[in-house]
Design a binder for this molecule. Structure first.
Ligand SMILES: [Zn+2]
Length: 489
């Protein structure tokens, strides 16, 4: 079993296990594979200059041959792989201790340790993520980014249903802590999944990385219990407490309402990471002063303000007051309906710490629907939904469009249509009007590049659809009235 010993050597070289673990870990993997040991199984090979897949694929093939993997589908292979990698992972208590030892060196050291472990254990499948396409587009708001996500399927109704509370199944949702080490047939494989305990605002939270990594060190911070998302003053305290503990990260929360929120509203959670976003470079249109808090109105497709203060408590109170004023703001001529039995106004807050200053960037959201816009007045309008139909969540607000994998086929198809190599009827119906429109304005060279750029422009238009105060004369006038009301009451 040379491959097993090579895999074990890989784990030693990447700091996942220690030499004193070799016999135990080797035997654990042999047990999974129902293989017998030999003397050389326990010997470390001289070189391990290879990627993880080189060791894993033959082991998965062997398991499939032996009938140990039910259907040999990707899901079942992933499940078996997670079981193998779990043998190389520390127990949660050991992981927590090691994380804290690293944290004593520096917060960055701790998150580096955890991120490396998540990648080395293939919990984050780096090889699949490499297939994602990234591109950027220059706009009036600066350079915005988009990524075509091929690693994770576009949220089909079934996936959304699976993410929501399923009656009679446990754990109730994908964010629940009970997923740690879980190996259950109809759930995503999480045998090698680990989380770290945190305290935020003196409340129990967990920290983990997203396996889909939409940006560098894409982290998820999860409340201990399965309770619904609920934005309140506590949220701002938790976000600021987190950036105090991990100043190299941002942490933000989706609005706690449907349409303008994230895909999982049933479990309190936040998203963060070690990354800058286009919104961080947004131009400031105007700066207002409110006591010791400065407030910047940003030139951004959505309506966004950035609150800055050196005192976290003051910032929390000011943001909370601001949210209350926004919650009750009503402007029928702009379509901002504060309540129709339920409330519609919400915010998307994003916290950062820059030097000794706290920042809270806030996007104003509203989830009202109308006859004209049944999906949402401030949601991607129907004429832009051919690029992305899903909710515009926290990541999109920051200027990174997570676009569906289908575009990887459809954009080249439209390119071929423009160059005369594809018939219109072969293009999905929802894409045909756009394809005809692009054909009119397409250049003769670099057509594919042009189509990508236009797709990114449509994403920017989606963000503009979500602006409660558009950058129009009426929008600017209403915004000024709203901000004055906040500053003077
Ligand atoms: Zn849950």
């Amino acid at each position: 079993m040379q491959t097993v010993s090579a895999l074990v050597a890989y784990a030693i070289d990447n700091g996942m296990i220690k030499k004193s673990d070799v016999i135990y870990v080797t035997n654990a993997i042999l047990a999974l594979l129902e293989e017998n040991p030999a003397k050389e199984t326990y010997e470390k090979p001289k070189t391990t200059q290879r990627t993880l897949r080189v060791f894993l694929d033959p082991l998965l093939d062997l398991a499939a041959e032996k009938g140990l993997i039910a259907s040999n589908s990707i899901h079942d292979r992933d499940r078996f792989e997670a079981r193998i990698m779990d043998a190389l992972m520390p127990r949660p208590s050991e992981l927590q201790r090691t994380f804290e030892e690293h944290y004593a060196q520096s917060p960055e050291d701790a998150t580096d340790y955890l991120y490396d472990l998540a990648r080395n254990s293939n919990y984050i499948k780096t090889d699949r993520l490499k297939k994602n396409k990234h591109f950027s587009v220059k706009t009036a708001y600066g350079e915005l980014q988009a990524t075509i996500n091929l690693a994770k399927p576009e949220k089909d109704p079934q996936a959304i249903k699976a993410a929501q509370t399923e009656e009679g199944t446990y754990p109730p949702c994908l964010l629940c802590k009970e997923y740690v080490g879980l190996n259950q047939d109809f759930k995503p494989p999480r045998k090698n999944h680990r989380i770290i305990q945190l305290r935020l605002n003196d409340e129990p939270f967990y920290f983990q990385f997203s396996p889909y990594v939409y940006y560098n060190e894409h982290a998820i911070v999860i409340y201990r219990d399965h309770v619904p998302m609920n934005l309140s003053q506590k949220t701002y305290r938790r976000l600021l407490d987190f950036v105090d503990q991990f100043p190299h990260y941002f942490l933000g929360s989706n609005a706690g309402l449907p349409i303008v929120g994230g895909s999982i509203l049933s479990h309190e959670h936040y998203q963060g990471g070690h990354a800058d976003f286009p919104i961080d470079a947004a131009r400031v249109l105007e700066t207002y002063q409110y006591g010791s808090v400065s407030i910047e109105h940003l030139l951004w497709p959505l309506s966004v303000l950035r609150f800055k203060a050196k005192d976290a408590d003051i910032l929390v109170n000011v943001v909370d007051r601001f949210e209350h004023i926004w919650r009750n703001y009503h402007n029928e001529s702009l379509g901002i309906i504060a309540k129709t039995g339920v409330r519609h106004n919400a915010i998307t807050p994003i916290a950062r710490k820059v030097g000794d200053e706290y920042q809270m960037t806030i996007a104003l959201r509203n989830n009202v629907t109308s006859e004209k816009y049944p999906d949402g007045v401030f949601h991607t309008h129907p004429n832009h939904q051919h690029i992305k139909k899903e909710n515009l969540g926290l990541i999109e607000v920051m200027g990174l469009g997570i676009l569906p994998g289908r575009l990887d086929e459809e954009l080249p198809q439209i390119t071929r249509f423009i160059t005369g190599d594809e018939a219109l009827q072969n293009i999905p119906k929802s894409m045909q009007p756009w394809a005809l429109e692009l054909k009119e304005s397409a250049p003769t060279k670099n057509v594919l590049e042009f189509v990508y750029q236009e797709a990114a422009q449509v994403f920017v238009s989606s963000l503009e659809d979500a602006a409660v105060f558009p950058h129009t004369e009426a929008g600017n006038k209403a915004f000024n009235g709203f901000i004055q009301k906040f500053l003077t009451t």
